[in-house]
Ligand binder design. Structure first.
Ligand SMILES: [Zn+2]
Ligand SMILES: [Zn+2]
Length: 366
């Protein structure tokens, strides 16, 4: 029995951006999803377009009929009959402004029991394995919903997801305040990692970005003198200087080698980039310096009652004005396919592109 069925006035169809036969995405009318007892139905306000989405579309990895989008901000439309609290322990009510931790895991395996749900073998992600946020409505598990200050622009609120990735990366690398941190890559994840390191007490944060607009965004975010990634690590004067290096580039780039060059002896490197097969690596250098190598995937709920997503939601609320410049482009649901082309073209100067779904501003101000 769905809560939706009880609401006879609700529209039964919604607009959504759906993956077609040829891998392109177009707007379609599809049934509004129905929430189960432990789920909530959200009215989506905004959904960010992520680098991993660009990868998936380019690689033709999405199933036909999928509704992509995992950086979701919206409001609770209706609740399943057994829903009580969200992921942060706050009582969920209709109309509450929320963001979505887009994971669904088995909750029984050792990883899940340890609060490390992002490495659950049965991990499913909204917008990848199940319907996501490029739609007027989306159904998600209630425990994956986190309240946000309703006065935050929903386009900015979608940044909670990549900020949670950044906070998780610092944890994975066992970051300690006072350390010197290098971030490789000036995309949203790289910029947010740099921002998170700086606001978490790093003594120095250097970001290396390939594109001029990324370096400008780093400045807009208050970072000191971003470096041009076209220089080699030694030309750039960065050899053996950092306690922690965060790699966010991936592909077939030489950033694993660069990370080890820039790392101090005994330093740690945490990898967030999505690499192609066999990226260049120098194991001898990593051995000489005894570099600790770790990896960060998504975010975790943890077992201490303060999930990465909850920390990110608080961080975003605190730094909403500083982080605002990251959202450089806004698109509509009907324009999602063109938005992908725009975001995928590095010459176009896109920082974060967010798809605005509902006319939330009017309704919020009502
Ligand atoms: Zn993402
Ligand atoms: Zn599991």
């Amino acid at each position: 029995m769905s809560t939706y069925a009880a609401n006879a006035d609700a529209p039964r169809q919604m607009r959504a951006a759906v993956v077609g036969e040829d891998g392109s995405i177009s707007s379609a009318s599809v049934p509004i999803p129905v929430c189960g007892p432990h789920e909530v139905l959200l009215r989506v306000d905004a959904c960010g377009l992520c680098g991993s989405d660009l990868h998936a579309r380019r690689g033709g990895r999405w199933a036909r009929g999928l509704i992509p989008g995992h950086e979701i901000a919206g409001r609770i439309e209706s609740l399943g009959e057994s829903v009580g609290k969200g992921g942060d322990g706050q009582a969920l009510t209709s109309g509450l402004a929320v963001v979505v931790e887009p994971l669904e895991s088995c909750s029984r395996c050792r990883a899940c029991q340890a609060g490390r749900d992002s490495i659950c073998p049965d991990l499913r992600i909204a917008g990848v394995h199940r319907p996501g946020g490029f739609a007027e409505f989306v159904v998600v598990p209630a425990k994956r919903v986190f309240a946000v200050d309703p006065s935050i622009d929903p386009a900015i609120a979608t940044l909670v997801e990549p900020l949670a990735v950044a906070l998780h990366a610092l944890d994975r690398a066992e970051f300690r305040s006072g350390e010197r941190v290098l971030v490789l890559g000036g995309g949203t994840i790289g910029l947010l990692c740099a921002f998170a390191a700086r606001t978490s007490g790093a003594s120095e944060v250097v970001i290396r970005a390939r594109y001029a607009h990324q370096r400008q965004l780093a400045l807009d975010l208050g970072m000191a003198r971003p470096h041009d990634a076209a220089l080699s690590i030694s030309q750039d004067g960065l050899e053996s200087r950092f306690d922690l290096v965060i790699e966010t580039v991936g592909g077939s780039n030489e950033t694993l080698i660069e990370a080890c060059q820039a790392a101090n002896p005994g330093a740690r490197v945490v990898v967030l980039g999505i690499f192609d097969r066999d990226p260049p690596f120098d194991p001898s250098l990593a051995l000489q310096k005894e570099i600790g190598l770790s990896w960060g995937n998504c975010y975790q709920t943890g077992t201490m009652g303060d999930p990465d997503f909850a920390r990110a939601a608080r961080g975003l609320a605190e730094h909403r004005d500083s982080l605002g410049p990251l959202v450089t482009h806004r698109a509509t649901l009907e324009g999602v396919d063109e938005a992908f082309d725009l975001a995928g073209n590095k010459a176009k100067g896109v920082g974060k592109l967010v798809v605005l779904v509902s006319d939330q501003r009017e309704e919020r101000l009502r």
